[in-house]
Design a binder for this molecule. Structure first.
Ligand code: PLP
Length: 284
């Protein structure tokens, strides 16, 4: 594995950061995950726009322009082709950098620490395996729209779900559905599509945006509105989505079977639209 760290392309084992990095000490940074199909970053513009937005929200200047980011990402993909193949997942993170001592307040401007690395993307070939989720209280902070590297709540929640034998945690705040621990959630009810609106309580997923477009193109009505958790068990179909998992059908939530307990027709249709969209883009 070759990673990019602060201007250098180095072997992953050689990439080191200081113990005084504010990312390490305070989780003071943001990140992105960009899927790569046939060596091409998918929806890179949207991912970089969200990165710039996350950076602005934590008062960090982007160390690079969009063009520079794209060049670095391209280089990391190329460096990892023999290791990971042409379908990859790019992880990039920017932290506020290395201070002279551990202190909460930022007293002088620091040089950001930038890491870009790749892994093999093996999930995303359009396979639709039904998964089970558990409903948990959303214990995260109030700025979930920032793609912050502070993911302790998310990791505790997914571990809690997996310890109980579920694949994903679906979260609610005071009975209102927010999102998955690392995904957005969609419901299908009587042929209509529902998903919670963008707010400070969810991360505006790039996959979520694309799926909304695909549903509209397919002539389906999409409602971005608050969803009470009671509506989950009444849904005909539910799926979660993210860049690395694409569309994952939820066939049960806790002990409640969703719809027929199998992958539903609308889920199949939208998942097929997503695959068609990807193929079309890659053919260009
Ligand atoms: N919500 C959360 C909390 C996430 O961590 C993620 C991605 O990992 C998503 C939603 C989905 O976002 P995207 O579709 O941009 O991958």
């Amino acid at each position: 594995d070759t990673v990019y760290l602060n201007g250098d392309y180095v072997a992953k084992e050689q990439a080191k950061i200081s113990v005084l990095d504010r990312g390490f000490l305070f989780a003071d940074g943001v990140y992105e995950v960009i899927p790569v199909y046939r060596s091409k970053p998918f929806r890179a513009d949207q991912h970089l726009a969200r990165l710039f937005d996350s950076l602005a929200q934590i008062n960090l200047l982007s160390p690079y322009t969009k063009t520079q980011w794209l060049q670095i990402i391209e280089q990391v993909i190329q460096c990892n082709l023999s290791e990971h193949g042409e379908h990859q997942s790019i992880y990039l993170q920017v932290t506020r950098g290395i201070d002279s001592k551990r202190q909460h307040a930022i007293t002088v401007p620091l040089a950001a620490t930038v890491l870009v690395m790749a892994s093999k993307l093996d999930s995303a070939q359009g396979t639709l395996n039904g998964i089970k989720a558990t409903l948990l209280e959303d214990i995260r902070w109030h700025h979930c729209n920032i793609k912050s590297i502070a993911l302790l709540a998310n990791t505790l929640l997914v571990n809690q779900a997996q310890a109980k034998g579920f694949d994903e945690a679906i979260l609610h705040r005071q009975q209102e559905l927010t999102e998955g621990a690392s995904s957005n959630v969609f419901l299908v009810k009587q042929g209509k599509i529902f998903t919670p609106p963008k707010s400070q309580y969810i991360l505006g997923g790039i996959t979520r945006d694309l799926i909304i477009e695909l549903c509209s193109d397919a002539g389906l009505e999409v409602y971005q509105q608050s969803i009470h958790i009671e509506e989950l068990s009444a849904a005909d179909e539910i799926w979660i989505c993210s860049s690395t998992r694409e569309i994952s059908p939820i066939v049960a939530i806790d002990d409640k079977i969703i719809g027929s307990g199998d992958v539903g027709p609308v889920t199949k249709r939208i998942a097929a639209s997503l695959q068609a969209f990807k193929s079309q883009l890659l053919a260009d």
